[in-house]
Design a protein. Structure first.
Length: 183
């Protein structure tokens, strides 16, 4: 190798190594993001199931509330006064429960937004991965062409040096024979 060619070849090899490392890192990040996306989907399914259960419970509680009011009307004034406090407490808990269900529904909307952003990021990463693969192919082709050119240059130089040796040897032989010297 000449002093100019070997560093360039080493630099191309280093560049290929760096690009390969970056692609590996990008793929690892993409797989990690897909794992997180799957976990978020699992969480969303769990939240949907919990919200459905809470909705049924809320419906049952509404029915229970209606029955409680119906029974209170038929009872005596003393029982009415004692149960009104309990009913208000129950309604407070019911309202708190409704607020929790509403908060969970808001969380689900937020989760859908997060899924959308994550899917967009995954799509962008897939596109970047394909682009990097194309760049690597181009670098490999360029390196192979450079290697072929270097091999051709080496063979040309080798032939040229062989011709120079032959010419020098011929000149020395001619000079030695002309001067009766042994070379």
């Amino acid at each position: 190798c000449s002093k100019l060619i070997c560093p360039q070849v080493a630099e191309i090899g280093t560049s290929l190594s760096v690009v390969s490392s970056e692609i590996y890192r990008q793929r690892s990040a993409f797989i990690n993001m897909e794992d997180k996306l799957e976990e978020l989907r699992r969480n969303q399914r769990n939240l949907v199931m919990r919200t459905t259960v809470h909705t049924f419970k809320l419906s049952d509680l509404e029915q229970f509330k209606g029955l409680a009011i119906y029974r209170l009307v038929g009872q005596a004034e003393v029982l009415l006064q004692t149960t009104e406090g309990e009913l208000e407490q129950f309604e407070g808990r019911l309202e708190a429960f409704k607020d929790r269900v509403t908060a969970q529904q808001d969380e689900m909307v937020d989760m859908r937004n997060v899924f959308g952003r994550l899917e967009q990021s995954a799509t962008e990463l897939r596109a970047a991965d394909a682009y990097k693969a194309h760049d690597i192919q181009e670098l490999k082709r360029g390196a192979m062409q450079m290697e072929q050119r270097l091999a051709s240059l080496y063979h040309s130089l080798d032939r040229y040096i062989g011709n120079i040796r032959y010419d020098v040897r011929s000149i020395l032989d001619h000079m030695c024979n002309a001067n009766n010297l042994q070379c």
